[in-house]
Structure formats: C-alpha cells, structure tokens
Design a protein around this ligand. Sequence first.
Ligand code: NAD
Length: 331
Amino acid sequence: MKILFYDTKSYDKESFEKQLANFPEVEIDFMKTDLAPKTAPLAKGFDAVCAFVSSDIGTETVEKLHEAGVKLILLRCAGFNNVDLEKAEEYGIKVMRVPGYSPEAVAEHAMALALGVTRRLHKAYVKVRENDFSLSGLMGFNFYQKTAGIVGTGKIGAAMARICRGFGMNVIAYDVYKNPDLDFVEYVSLDELLERSDLISLHCPLMDNTYHLINKETIAKMKDGVVLVNTSRGGLVKTDDLIEGIRARKFFGVGLDVYEEETKNVFEDRSDEILEHSTTARLLSFPNVMITSHQGFFTEEALAAISETTLQNAVAFEKGESTGNEVVKQG
Ligand code: NAD
C-alpha cells in the first residue's frame, strides 16, 4: 500500500513515522504541497492519498485522483465537508476518516476559548507583559450555575457537555439525535437553546442544513451577553452577521478555532503579509474576540491516535475489511 501524503507538517511526519514501524505493509511519501486539482495528478502510481481539513477534494480533484488511479482517500481528520463524496462514490474511490481521535482535545480547547474570552485572558496576558497590572477591561463572569448550550452532542459535544457539568453549569443541548450517555443533559429545540444559554458551543458537522446555522436571525434569539464558541467548522457561522452582532454588543465574548475564511490561513505563517479584504482582520479588531487557527485537535494524544487510525484504515482497505470509518454520502 503506497500512500502519497499531502500538506505534510513536521509534526505529521514525526507521528506517522513513529507508527509506521507497526505497519510494515505501508509505504508513505511525504509531500509539503496540499491536495488540490493541480496537485492531484502527482498521486499517479499511489494507491491512496492522505489529506487534511484544508485540502481541496472537490469535484475536479476527485476526477484527477481517479485519472491517477487512486482508490482511497485517507482523511487524517474527522470532518469531511471538503470532499465531493458523490463523485468519489461514482468513481469507486473510498473515503475514510478518523472519526474520534481525541474528542477531549477539541472539547478542552473549546473550554479554553470560552474561559479565555470570558475572563479576558488574551488581554490580561498582554497587559501584564507591559507592566500594566490594572484590572480595567478584565471583568468576567462565572460559568458556575450558568447555562451551557451544546449544539451537536456527538463525541466532541459530549466531552464538552461533561466539562461544562464539571464547572457546575446547567447543560442543555440541541441535536437531531439524543446521546443516551448524557443523562445529565436536557435536550431542547435550537430556539430554546439560543434563548436560554449563557455559553453556546458548536459541535455539529458542517452540512447543507447546518451551513450558516448562526446568522442574523439565530443571533437575535440569543441572550444579550452570550459567549459563543465555534471549534467545529467555520461555515456554521455567517461571519458578516456575527460581526454585526458583535458591533451591536450582543456577545460578551466570541472564541473561534474555525472561521469561514480560514482555508488560506490554516497552519501558515502569514505574519509578513497584509491581509486584504479580510473578515478575519475585522474579527480580530474586536477586544472580546479570540481566534486560534484550527488547533483544537493539536495535542500529543490526538496526533498519535490520528496516525494510528489512518494507518489502520489503509490496511483494512487493502484487506477488503471495514473499520466503520468509511464516509458515505447521506441522503
Ligand atoms: P460526531 O459525528 O461524533 O458528532 C456530531 C453530532 O452532530 C452528532 O451527534 C450529530 O447527530 C449532530 N448533528 C448532525 N446534524 C445536526 C444538526 N443539524 N443540528 C445539531 N446537531 C447535529 O462528530 P465529532 O467528532 O463530535 O465532531 C464534531 C465536529 O467537530 C466535526 O464535524 C468537525 O467539523 C469538528 N472538529 C474540529 C476539530 C478542530 O480541530 N477544531 C477537530 C475535530 C473535529
């Protein structure tokens, strides 16, 4: 099994090379360039490609991968909204992902963002470094006995719900399916969640029916002074409407690990560039907004689990076995 590994970062190479010792049947070529229509033909001669969240695996890329003879797309991530699944199915290309490498890694980051913006840690850190020991601009509020609204109670949402319960919060949730493990959670409609929550954390996948779930209308239903955290996918939030809401003082704080415009930025050092027409720059201009660059998954434990599951997926595919990690088009 020969895999062409796109968009390789040093930490990817390190964690996959560590695992390779346990998978002697797998060979990997690591490449820095990301997967896109232009780079897909490079996969000629490989059985599989390994790609990540920022890879463009749309119609054209899938066509080029098919022409190159690729039979398997290994996503080293949970989300799969960047793949044209219909085309892949049409060409008989299997798509496999890593559904639950470390839900706690992302959930803990969601809580870090929630606490960061609520206790103004981003401002406090900078102030103290400048010998400004005053407390002005740092007033927060307690999460204890407040209401956390979790949108999507799958693996990550469930971990976040448990963390919020640990903070002494009242946890409510909205999901199309109820998670039977979360007996302490009260399931409500999305409208009720928006109306009652002091902290709203998004953990549902990006799909046609969740695109721009947070928009002008849904923001209007939220409590004044709410904290919004998104560690799921940028497209869940309509950024222009969010900016309008922030300007209207709707939010106490907003923590984003993902945002609509992130694809060009993710894992790149653009510190010498001037970001033109950037909504990211507009978001960053607000004192109550904290943005991180899709780092929710980025823990030692998660990376080890990602490389292990990806290689297990590859080997299972080769043997014609199923791991349950195959992604299929729904509906
Ligand atoms: P999961 O599949 O275990 O859970 C998703 C949940 O969302 C399910 O319970 C599902 O029923 C629910 N859902 C589906 N449609 C919904 C809707 N319309 N409204 C409300 N809920 C709905 O997924 P997960 O492992 O918990 O991951 C959640 C998301 O987190 C992924 O889709 C991915 O986009 C994102 N993610 C981000 C990072 C990061 O580094 N920031 C890392 C991993 C995953």
